[in-house]
Design a binder for this molecule. Structure first.
Ligand code: NAP
Length: 241
């Protein structure tokens, strides 16, 4: 059985380690210039659209697709699920449980990036932990000091006035995040509800510092098979044969 592992997360890396030596092809979108290595062969870059994705599945002889992409990578997940359903190829998404607020958290959920401006006053310092791909959606935050953290060095100027890039590769400890938010004088934090331990440290830091958090809502879950953990994903692979 040849498995296509749609990657781009820590879960995908862990699954690749567990399936090392098996017939697995991992796929990365190519958004990070020097991605962390994976323990199985990797193809890189978008497939080029649905038709090309279908062609790839046929040419590579894919028998099952395990989608371990990020919870907010909604397009690749929905398309892969739909194509697999149409072709009768087993499909499973690995989706970490969302974070839930704890005592002391000051979270407000927002539906879209553009909704952040209604909550954050002019002149405030805003830390975007949402990644550079989401940045265009925050353009109406001009008038605030917007700090956008990304893994790769920026390729151009910040796309709107008052913003700056901060380069950093996760993981970040609670102590790192707390010191960073203090140093930058962060008034507001904007994040995606990614779930998982590794990137929850910024929320712990925000709680300790009393920083309000705008939480971008997760994409609506689709009608396809999903599991929450690496262990459950590996069980599913085992059942695929
Ligand atoms: N969205 C986030 O916040 C976030 C955070 C951390 C990591 N990531 C990772 O970054 C990648 C891109 O995220 P996104 O939000 O831009 O995805 P997306 O909006 O769901 O997908 C956009 C396009 O990127 C390509 N793509 C996405 N994941 C791919 C994969 N694993 N292998 C090959 N092509 C892929 C596909 O291009 P074609 O149509 O050309 O096939 C897809 O149509 C994902 O793999 C995701 O796991 C995303």
């Amino acid at each position: 059985m040849t498995l296509l592992l749609l990657a781009g997360t820590g879960e995908a890396r862990a699954i690749a380690v567990a399936l090392q030596g098996r017939d697995v092809i991992a796929s990365l979108a190519g958004v990070t210039r020097e991605p962390e290595p994976l323990a199985v062969p990797v193809r890189q870059g978008g497939f080029g659209g649905e038709t090309e994705f279908r062609a790839f599945l046929a040419e590579a002889g894919i028998h099952a697709v395990l989608d371990a992409t990020h919870p907010y990578a909604a397009r690749i997940t929905a398309r892969s699920a739909a194509v697999c359903a149409a072709l009768g190829v087993p499909f499973c998404q690995v989706l970490r449980p969302a974070w839930v607020p704890e005592a002391g958290d000051l979270w407000t959920e927002i539906a879209t990036e553009a909704d952040a401006a209604a909550h954050i006053p002019l002149g405030a310092t805003v830390f975007l932990g949402t990644g550079r791909q989401s940045l265009p959606g925050f353009a109406n935050l001009a008038g605030r000091r917007v700090i956008c953290r990304q893994i790769d060095p920026p390729e151009g100027p910040f796309p709107f006035a008052g913003g700056e890039f901060l380069v950093g590769r996760p993981p970040f400890s609670v102590a790192d995040e707390t010191a960073l938010f203090r140093r930058l004088g962060v008034d507001w934090l904007v994040v995606k509800n990614a779930g998982g331990q590794a990137s929850a440290t910024k929320l712990t830091a925000a709680r300790a510092l009393g920083i309000p958090v705008l939480m971008l809502a997760r994409p609506a879950p689709g009608d396809w098979h999903r599991v929450e953990t690496v262990t459950a994903a590996l069980d599913w692979v085992g059942r695929c044969g």
